[in-house]
Design a protein around this ligand. Structure first.
Ligand code: PLP
Length: 834
């Protein structure tokens, strides 16, 4: 009886539109549940509980309310025999989970009231959660947005990844330089996950292969690994919008197959007895920082195989618990490879089908090719993943044999193409023979997939024309475009409640469920009262950010200045250096004529540099050296400030984005696959200054060319310059502003203690200019001055800002996931009866 009552109430509460009575009831029940958890799960009494204890208790109380829906979702998935999406990603950049879950369950209001009843500040409580920084940047955040959208669209899905003990490093700035320290996010406990001791799999490495005849007299290839590691599952429920559907994020942790070598231990070799354990557990210890430079380490390859093999074993076991064989696998599972990191899945699935299940090679290949699809995330040649054949042979001997056979059959097909020659064979081969025999993981993923997608229209076109040009000619239907998106629940509704409230007061609540409804704001773009309200909510967010800037950097900034924001991983192609050089030029211009009515600006930077990426780390250092001079120059005052906020992560992004007036998306054209930071900022009403790169191209089409500031060479022009043998020097003669800024940096104006500190940066611009900084500088300078002028016409500025928010609806990850579901996965939403 009681069980049913409780369940009934829960389904009402998740409906979010519960009446006032139900809400009162919910508030009381949450209050009771939190105190209950505090005492019986955390083991503290209310008088002595710390804020962290309260956080744990509250999270556990909320988690209880997810579990029924979660189990119901799983049952329905089985019952309806639909297809399930398996999203394999080495990164899930989730950030904090608390607000996501509470808000999607529709429990925010009663929970805040319950906490207030208990005398606990909900904002302070939320701050207790550590960021799950299990990703580097855009690629990992995309996986997190996709998980949320999959659940919100009631698409049955499971995300597979690694439960890193330490996420991406925490960035600490000492004397202006980046230092990396471990991000010990699990140390404070993770109340959202469920340990699954029953879901463990054995993952082999190394060893030998041989032929064996089985009981039916059939020859089989057998792999005898030399080493076995255990993969253990941890599940986190992912709650969809309005709590209708809950999916699973399953992250693998590595354990030794034997916890202790008791023999060695008993003989007094205590360290040796633990050594194999340390080696096994190293696999899930750290995330490699490598969003655009590959980490060519053996441990990285072990990570990739570890999580791919565990995930495939898991989904095969699930399939075989319902069906007699794997012949219909593609009807029930769609596996998406997020970049090439899980590309070994092509060989592993073949190994399972052929070696373990005894399917014929041709049939196994059909099933593999129907089940897998691959998302490409980069065209940068240095970031395309390859593994040395000898390493693969040593670590994954059977997989290497399988890859050779796949390649042999593939090259037979290539040889049969009209006009096939040696060049074509070499270009299409999965093995790169020219650089010391390496396996091209992109080629392997391409050949083994049903669909291969780019992440913006431009990026997809460039894939067809460059990296995969020959493969595209061979398989003209395989490449498809799926422009990235972001989840509006998190990136508008949760992070910007002020703007959300204003929008709903103005056009009603439809936008909560239908991103495209934001378009109704268009009719208000010219309304002076609405413009004022729009500007007021921005000012409030800027005051919040100004406080954070003072606390974290000691710099005071004027909240009424233009907040000019560049937040993303530090990389030469993203051109933070272009922005810094413009800052120096602006500084010079202000000094030359301080009374000229300059528009006050705060340039805000945040981002991490890969630990081994020297140039990127120098860019961070330069930002600090410039800030130290500019921010302390009395002649400059509030006309220009330059701040670098340390340790960029999801939670920091959530504070900066609502406060941004201007969004810097200035990558060298042709180099940014999509960008998603650009979308989050424009959605919140920042104007974009950017190149025609990645998704900026489509953003221009959607918001209208008059509402975005585009400058510089486009991808074709960049390619033409390169073909013509462009290198700097000539452009420098034309741009005196840039030449002077470079000279000042080069000669130590901003680093008098070490005048030559930045010569590697300045020389890269002056002599090679691979990233076209000199080529684009003047256009960028002019675009910035045009924006200064626009700031002086607030009615125009705010009109454009409002139109940006109004027209960004298409960039919801719900739209992206809808396209994947239809064109790539062929999955349909689950129908929930309740
Ligand atoms: C959105 C996001 C990114 C991606 O930013 P880009 O500007 O597209 O590179 C990276 N890191 C975090 C924390 C994000 O939220």
């Amino acid at each position: 009886m009681y069980e049913n009552q409780e369940q009934k109430l829960r389904s009402v509460e998740a409906g979010a539109e519960a009446g006032a009575d139900a809400r009162e009831g919910m508030r009381a029940r949450l209050r009771a549940a939190i105190t209950d958890k505090l005492v019986y799960a955390v083991g503290k009494d209310t008088a002595h509980a710390s804020m962290h204890d309260w956080y744990l208790a509250t999270a556990l109380a909320v988690r209880d309310r997810i579990v029924d829906r979660w189990m119901e979702s799983t049952r329905e998935t089985y019952r309806q025999e639909g297809k399930r999406v398996c999203y394999l990603s080495l990164e899930f950049l989730i950030g904090r989970n608390f607000r996501d879950s509470v808000s999607n369950l529709g429990l925010m209001e009663p929970l805040v009231e319950a906490l207030n009843d208990l005398g606990v500040d909900p904002d302070l409580l939320r701050e207790q959660e550590a960021d799950a920084a299990l990703g580097n940047g855009g690629l990992g955040r995309l996986a997190a947005c996709f998980m949320e959208s999959l659940a919100s669209l009631s698409l049955p899905a499971i995300g597979y990844g690694i439960r890193y003990d330490y996420g991406l490093f925490r960035q600490v700035i000492v004397d202006g330089a980046q230092h990396e320290v471990p991000e010990d996010w699990l140390n404070v406990g993770n109340p959202w996950e469920f340990e699954r001791p029953e879901a463990t799999y054995r993952i082999g490495f190394g060893g030998t292969t041989r032929d064996e005849t089985d009981a039916d007299g059939r020859m089989r290839r057998v792999w005898q690994p030399a080493e076995t590691v255990i993969a253990k599952a941890y599940d986190t429920p992912v709650v969809g919008w309005r709590g209708a559907h809950v999916n699973t994020l399953r992250l693998w942790s590595a354990r030794a197959s034997e916890p202790l070598m008791l023999d060695a231990f008993n003989h007094g070799d205590y360290v040796g007895a633990m050594a194999h354990r340390a080696r096994a557990e190293a696999i899930s210890r750290v995330l490699y920082p490598s969003d655009a430079t590959p980490a060519g380490y053996e441990l990285r390859l072990r990570q990739e195989y570890f999580f791919t093999a565990a995930s495939l074993q898991d989904l095969v076991r699930r399939h075989l618990s319902r069906f007699p064989g794997l012949g219909n696998l593609a009807d029930h599972v769609a596996i998406q490879l997020n970049d090439t990191h899980p590309a070994i899945a092509v060989a592993e699935l073949m190994r399972i089908l052929v070696d373990e299940k005894g399917l014929a090679w041709e049939r196994a290949w059909e099933i593999t090719r129907e089940t897998l699809s691959y998302t490409n995330h980069t065209l940068l040649p240095e970031a395309l993943e390859t593994w040395a054949v000898p390493l693969m042979e040593r670590l994954l001997p059977r997989h290497m044999e399988i890859i050779y056979r796949i390649n042999w059959l593939h090259l037979e097909a290539v040889a049969a193409l009209p006009g096939a020659d040696d060049r074509l064979g070499r270009a299409l081969s999965i093995i790169d023979e020219e650089n010391g025999k390496r396996v091209r993981m992109g080629h392997l993923a391409f050949v083994g997939s049903r669909k291969v997608n780019g992440v913006s229209a431009l990026h997809t076109d460039l894939m067809r024309e460059t990296v995969f040009a020959d493969l595209h000619r061979m398989f003209p239907d395989r490449i498809t475009n799926k422009t990235n998106g972001v989840t509006f629940r998190r990136w508008l509704q949760q992070i910007n409640p002020r703007l959300t409230r204003l929008i709903i007061e103005t056009i009603g609540p439809r936008m909560r469920d239908h991103p495209q409804a934001l378009r109704d704001l268009e009719g208000h773009a010219d309304d002076p009262a609405f413009q004022r309200a729009f500007a007021d909510q921005r000012l409030a967010a800027k005051q919040d950010l100004a406080r954070l800037i003072r606390v974290r950097t000691g710099v005071s900034v004027d909240p009424t200045a233009m907040f000019d924001v560049q937040i993303k991983r530090i990389h030469e192609y993203k051109r933070q250096l272009l922005n810094l050089l413009e800052a120096v030029a602006l500084y010079n211009a202000i000094k030359a004529d301080p009374g000229a009515g300059w528009v006050p600006r705060v340039k805000i930077f945040a981002g991490k540099a890969a630990a081994s990426y020297a140039q990127a780390k120098q860019i961070i250092r330069l930002a600090h050296d410039l800030g130290a001079v500019i921010n302390n120059d009395p002649e400059i005052g509030d006309k220009l400030k330059l701040v670098f906020l340390p340790n960029y992560n999801v939670s920091l992004a959530e504070v900066i984005i609502p406060a941004a007036d201007l969004s810097e998306q200035i990558s060298t054209a042709g180099m940014e696959a999509s960008g998603t930071g650009n979308m989050k900022l424009a959605l919140n009403g920042a104007l974009t200054i950017g190149t025609l790169d990645g998704a900026n191209v489509e953003m221009r089409a959607h918001v209208g060319p008059e509402n975005i500031t585009i400058f510089g060479h486009d991808a074709q022009e960049v390619a033409a310059l390169r073909d013509a043998g462009y290198c700097e020097a000539s452009t420098l003669d034309r741009s005196t502003r840039l030449a002077r800024a470079l000279y000042e940096i080069e000669t130590g104006l901003f680093s008098p203690d070490e005048p030559r500190r930045y010569s590697s940066l300045t020389e890269a611009v002056a002599w090679r200019d691979r990233y076209m900084i000199a080529a684009d500088f003047d256009a960028y300078w002019q675009a910035q001055r045009d924006l200064d002028a626009l700031w002086g016409r607030p009615d125009e500025w705010w009109r454009k800002a409002i139109l940006n928010t109004a027209r960004m609806g298409w960039f919801s990850s719900d739209r992206t996931i809808g396209e994947y579901a239809q064109d790539i996965w062929r999955v349909r939403p689950l129908v929930h009866s309740a």
